[in-house]
Write a protein that binds this ligand. Structure first.
Ligand code: ATP
Length: 753
């Protein structure tokens, strides 16, 4: 026996604390009409967690609290406590309730101004804890084991679906249904999360694609820079060695004529001194001295003018080189950047078309495109260089003119010089030695100056090359970094490599143009963003795999549960039918009855067409939370009742008499209880409609049922009373509240009246 006692306090008509001890397999509760017997049955529902006030004949919670009588004040709280014997039972040694106590007291308390409170062995718990604990023992507030007054034929009145739920509940399938519902909720949440993750991945996909292209550009830029670095270093190293060597050689070559010129200067000064000091000083000597001075200055002026022409030509050469580069770069810009940008733009428009988020990107691209056209720096630079070249050409013209003037001046002076020289040569006078020396010196000086001017021209050219080199160094450092200046300077520079060096120079220019074409993407930012974005995408992909896995295992679990429910349901129906048939024949002295499984069309959640088997599973899946998906027709399982009364041609339930309905429902309820016996059954005047002969049969069945379940019967029926081991009388006096007393059978008959 599982039930020990029920304690009511302030519950409905039980104003004072009243306790029923259940010491027998069958306990009867008797008493006159309106004394409070049904309130006892409702106290059971209440303590087991019933949420419908209506099913306890009230409209508000307050209706369940004692409302006061003629001489007794109303109560502020109602409490019901049900005590279970939870010691290990039977051969298996299992406990009724899955909790490690030999005795379990479940209590529910309500106050007029608050919600329900629940306790297990005095500890505050949630309703959910009570429901879970009881469902494991096949006891639930749905009350298939509590048959209220007038409710016996509820199972006959119910529709096929309600009847199926009652049968499922009685068969103890609820626990699997809870599990399946829980799994379906989890599956729903998992699918929602999958959708979210998928749409997040879709959102970042174009961004990743874009970043990937940027990364490719960055990688290309890095490779180009590396190429440029290597070739630059090689070029600069060789150029520097070449310049050092050329400067050294020139310095060596220039030393001798410079020394000669100094010597000649000294000798000339000496000769002049002699001539000026001589008493033979005459007009011819003075002419010679003045001619020498004029020749010197005219030669210097001519040399200066031709050096300046040389310098101008050098500058023109390097400016023309720069102009060539700038023009090539401008052409490359026009030929590659614009084209590729326009192409990218067209591709982007194709790929993103229809997506409004593309608009800012297109705008950004167009702006970049415009900026790149505007940024034709090379063209601007080229026109500046051209202006400079025009200036240089006019300066060259001036210098050329200067040379011509000086040349003609020199030729006039030279004529005079030759005439004078001849005149002096004629005289073999030794006193003219100084004059002759001057002629020798002047001739020699002319020759030395010629050599020197060639060297100076080469010096000027070298200087220009050195300046070009410095400019190149600055440009390279700006592009590649300071490290570019750490080139090798030692070693010889073979002159024949000048052409190879020119080749290198052109290659450098080409790479520079290609680099410019790559545009100014910041490599660190792009790489960082690409890394972060693709890591996020990988994380999402992994999460999706996990979610798919859990969706799959949930789907399998649901399928397993549905199969289990299906099997248990069919097996249960078969077992119930066996008992139902027997009890029916017993009650009616023949005839037959059975439960049938029906399939009905119903509106349900949307989805693909389903197989019969799947539909059967869905039929079992009642109670699943309604989904917002569009509805579609499906079939649903129900439980029908088929009866065939002995000696009568009655087949429809509606044609049965009141007594016959009572007998049929009793036979069915008892059959269900027999198949999966609950720990206790409460029958509130289920026998009310029975005549004497049927009362006896009812009594037999009660006794039979009590072998598996503890019975509490509320009755006015003497026969039923006689089957009880313990009898409680309920009375209600003038005070207006119910009283309980344990009584003997004889007293019970009297009390019941
Ligand atoms: P019957 O044999 O006619 O079915 P019963 O013994 O089953 O009667 P109940 O229906 O259990 O009687 O009890 C009804 C009584 O309980 C009524 O007298 C009703 O006034 C009383 N009652 C119900 N709720 C309250 C309440 N909140 N406070 C006081 N009395 C209450």
């Amino acid at each position: 026996m599982y039930l020990k006692s029920l304690e009511l306090s302030g519950f409905k008509s039980f104003a004072k604390k009243s306790t029923l001890e259940f010491n027998d397999r069958v306990t009867a509760i008797v008493g006159p009409n309106g004394s409070g017997k049904s309130n006892v049955a409702e106290a059971f529902r209440f303590v087991l967690g019933e949420q419908s006030i209506k099913s306890m004949r009230g409209t508000r919670t307050e209706d369940l609290i004692f409302n006061g009588g003629e001489s007794s004040p109303r109560a502020n709280r109602a409490s019901v406590k049900l005590v279970f014997d939870n010691a290990p039972h039977g051969g298996t040694g299992g406990r009724l309730l899955n909790i490690d106590f030999d005795e379990v007291a479940i209590e529910r308390v309500i106050h007029r101004d608050s919600l329900s409170e629940y306790f297990i062995n005095g500890s505050h718990v949630r309703l959910r804890d009570i429901v879970e604990l009881l469902s494991g023992a096949h006891i639930g507030a749905s009350g298939h084991h509590i048959i209220s007054q007038g409710e016996a034929d509820r199972i006959l009145n119910a529709n096929v679906r309600e009847r199926r739920e009652m049968v499922e509940d009685a068969l103890g399938l609820k626990i699997y249904q809870y599990k399946r519902e829980e799994s379906e909720r989890k599956l729903g949440r998992t699918r929602e999360n999958m959708d979210k993750v998928e749409s997040l991945r879709k959102e970042i996909a174009p961004h990743i694609k874009f970043l990937k292209k940027q990364v490719e550009r960055v990688e290309k830029t890095i490779a180009l820079r590396e190429e440029l670095r290597n070739i630059y270093k090689e070029y600069l190293a060789r150029e520097s060695r070449y310049l050092d060597q050329a400067e050294k050689t020139l310095a060596l070559e220039g030393a001798a004529p410079k020394r000669d010129l100094e010597r000649l200067d000294r000798e000339l000064a000496q000769a002049k001194k002699v001539l000026e000091a001589s008493h033979h000083r005459d007009a011819r000597s003075a002419e010679l001295i003045s001619l020498e001075a004029k020749l010197k200055s005219a030669r210097e002026a001519r040399d200066e003018a031709s050096r300046s022409v040389g310098r101008i030509e050098g500058e023109v050469g390097s400016l023309e080189k720069m102009l060539g580069r700038e023009k090539a770069s401008a052409a490359a810009l026009a030929a590659t950047v614009e084209y590729s940008k326009v192409k990218t733009l067209v591709d982007k428009v194709d790929e993103l078309l229809g997506d409004m988020t593309a608009v800012p990107k297109i705008r950004e691209l167009l702006r970049g495109f415009l900026a790149s056209i505007k940024d034709s720096k090379s063209e601007n630079r080229a026109s500046e260089i051209e202006k400079e070249l025009v200036l240089l050409q006019s300066r060259k013209k001036e210098a050329d003119h200067e040379i011509k003037t000086r040349e003609s001046e020199l030729s006039t002076l030279s004529d005079k010089y030759t005439a004078l020289q001849k005149e002096i040569e004629k005289e073999k006078d030794s006193s003219r030695d100084a004059e002759k020396a001057m002629f020798r010196i002047m001739a020699e000086e002319n020759e030395v100056r010629g050599r020197l001017s060639v060297i100076r021209l080469r010096e000027d050219k070298l200087k220009l090359e050195r300046e070009d080199f410095k400019r190149e160094l600055g440009e390279g450092a700006g592009l590649i970094g300071r490290e570019i200046t750490s080139y090798e300077t030692a070693g010889e520079y073979p002159a024949e490599e000048r052409r190879a060096q020119e080749e290198r120079r052109r290659e450098i220019e080409k790479i520079k143009v290609r680099l410019e074409d790559q545009g100014g993407v910041s490599p660190d930012d792009v790489m960082k963003e690409f890394k972060e974005t693709s890591e996020r995408d990988e994380f999402l992909a992994r999460e999706l795999v996990d979610l798919e896995r859990s969706a799959e295992s949930l789907t399998n679990l649901i399928k397993e549960l549905e199969e289990k429910l299906d099997t248990l349901f069919s097996e249960g129906i078969a077992k119930i039918n066996k008992q139902f048939k027997e009890f029916f024949a017993l009650m009616f002295g023949g005839g037959e009855a059975s439960l049938t499984v029906t399939r009905e069309k119903k509106r349900k959640r949307g989805g693909a067409a389903l197989s019969d088997e799947e539909m059967a599973q869905i039929g079992l899946a009642e109670g699943i939370e309604a989904s917002e998906e569009p509805e579609e027709e499906e079939t649903e399982l129900g439980v029908g009742i088929h009866v065939n009364l002995p000696r009568k041609k009655i087949k429809a339930l509606e044609m049965l008499s009141g007594g016959e309905r009572a007998l049929t429902s009793i036979a069915l309820l008892f059959a269900i209880s027999q198949v999966n016996p609950p720990p206790f059954i409460i029958l509130d005047e289920t026998d009310a409609a029975l005549d004497e002969a049927n009362s006896k049969k009812y009594g037999d069945m009660v006794e039979n049922l009590s072998k598996h379940s503890q019975l509490i019967v509320i009755t006015h029926n003497r026969e039923t009373m006689s089957r009880a081991g313990v009898l409680y009388g309920v009375t209600m006096g003038r005070e207006g509240f119910s009283k309980l007393l344990s009584i003997a059978f004889n007293e019970a008959v009297a009390v019941a009246k």
